[in-house]
Design a binder for this molecule. Structure first.
Ligand SMILES: [Zn+2]
Ligand SMILES: [Zn+2]
Length: 147
């Protein structure tokens, strides 16, 4: 079990293992959403995710293409959101408290990464991204699960 919280701590949640691989996305939307070189996320089955506090503080924004950003309306930190029409939840990995058994297993949209961003070696790279169900399957492959 890992707990997570936003910057101010009012939005809190927990995620139950085993944990799939993380992915890091370098697309222009994720870079803006995370305010950095990439977004690092964990995709967990909805039944392994629970809100502990502050669900009512979550603000929501969605692009017409479906890309969403949910955030704490007090501190502005990105918070978990349901992954499109799947039974999964997207969790920004930086919100997790403590060190869990986590590892990055995929680099997405390396074709649009910032020129000054260096990619780690030995991690599977995708020029763009695989279809959502394929990505979920890749991150949840048995060899990927930890904890
Ligand atoms: Zn907050
Ligand atoms: Zn992205």
């Amino acid at each position: 079990m890992m707990k997570g919280s936003c910057l101010c701590g009012d939005v809190r949640f927990e995620v139950e293992g085993p944990f799939p691989w993380l992915y890091q996305c370098h697309c222009s939307l994720c870079r803006k959403q995370g305010g950095s070189v990439s977004n690092t996320g964990l995709i967990v089955a909805a039944d392994r995710f629970r809100w502990l506090a502050g669900e009512g503080l979550v603000g929501k924004w969605q692009r017409s293409t479906g890309f969403r950003s949910h955030f704490c309306t007090r501190c502005g930190a990105p918070v978990p959101n349901p992954l499109r029409d799947t039974a999964y939840v997207w969790v920004p990995s930086g919100l997790l408290d403590g060190d869990g058994p986590l590892e990055i297993g995929a680099q997405l949209y390396v074709g649009s990464k910032a020129s000054w961003s260096k990619l780690p070696e030995g991690v599977r790279q995708f020029e763009a991204a695989p279809a959502l169900q394929e990505l979920i399957a890749t991150l949840h492959a048995k060899r990927a699960l930890r904890g």
